[in-house]
Ligand binder design. Structure first.
Ligand SMILES: N[C@@H](CCC[C@H](N)C(=O)O)C(=O)O
Length: 276
């Protein structure tokens, strides 16, 4: 099977994107892992499939696979690249694109400067919806990790996130704690782990250890989750600049029950084809 692909990134969170409308793309878990491998394959944090849909009032279906081959519900940086891809490839000329994901429908808008704004939907805070094992919903939860008890905010942006406040982002124990929290028994579907330093009420620094991919240069849903947690904990205003290792995103969440909006760039790197 020979497949055409586009390599893209959203502030350094990188993707292989396949048009699965004009070519048949059926990948096994092992093939996803191989494609994502930075030495034996193309290399990416996530692989994205652009598919057609029969759902009314929806333009496309968006499927997402982590580098470890697992299919996941949502990807914020990927959503911006998705919008750029379908317009660059002439699959649509709409400015606002409605896309079905495994966790619901999202709306993507490309502006004249090329920035993409994504309505990421309403965050889920109820533990069972995340999913997270806890007796009741709270703004922070004490979780025991490696014989230490730490306070996390926990939220789903369609995919699960745990957010830990740190005082120095450069010293954050991402590599040590990330894998332990990712597979913590209280998260039955594993979890993405954010390390957040609050710089000011409208600015945070963030590093994310992603479920199924390890630490990435940026995580869009992680940025949304961190801002929601920071607002709920009374530390942040409703519009926040998020500085990640690969660049910056603007995230806004006006109030409880409202959708989170993310604005940021989407970059095409190169086109290619690969035999599988
Ligand atoms: N990089 C993404 C998130 C990708 C999925 C995540 N690793 C998960 O398993 O939920 C983003 O930009 O949101």
């Amino acid at each position: 099977m020979n497949l055409n692909f586009t390599k893209m990134h959203g502030i350094g969170n990188d993707f292989i994107v396949f048009d699965a409308i004009n070519q048949q793309v059926e990948l096994t878990t092992d093939q996803v892992r191989l494609l994502a491998d930075r030495r034996f394959g193309i290399g990416c944090d996530q692989l994205l499939l652009v598919e057609a849909t029969d759902s009314p009032n929806v333009d496309f279906r968006y499927r997402i696979y982590n580098a470890d081959g697992s299919e996941v519900e949502q990807c914020g940086n990927g959503a911006r690249c998705f919008a750029r891809f379908v317009r660059d490839k002439g699959l649509t000329d709409k400015e606002t694109i409605t896309v079905e994901t495994a966790s619901g429908t999202i709306h993507l808008t490309v502006d004249e400067s090329g920035l993409v704004s994504v309505d990421m939907g309403v965050p889920h805070l109820e533990p069972a919806e995340i999913p997270f094992e806890a007796e009741a919903q709270a703004v922070s939860y004490a979780i025991e990790v490696d014989e230490m008890v730490m306070e996390f905010g926990v939220v789903s942006m369609g995919n699960p996130h745990a957010v830990l406040r740190v005082s120095e982002i450069d010293q954050a124990p991402v590599e040590e704690l990330g894998p332990l929290i990712e597979s913590h028994p209280r998260f039955p579907q594993r979890v993405n782990v954010g390390f957040m330093q609050v710089v000011a009420r409208d600015h945070i620094q963030l590093r994310v250890f992603e479920r199924g991919a390890g630490e990435t240069l940026a995580c869009g849903t992680g940025a949304c989750a961190a801002v929601v947690v920071g607002i709920l904990q009374g530390e942040l205003d409703s519009m926040v600049r998020v500085t990640l290792p690969g660049g910056e995103l603007m995230i806004s969440w006006p109030q409880m029950g409202a959708p989170v909006v993310m604005i940021g760039p989407a970059t095409r790197v190169f086109e290619g084809s690969i035999d599988l």
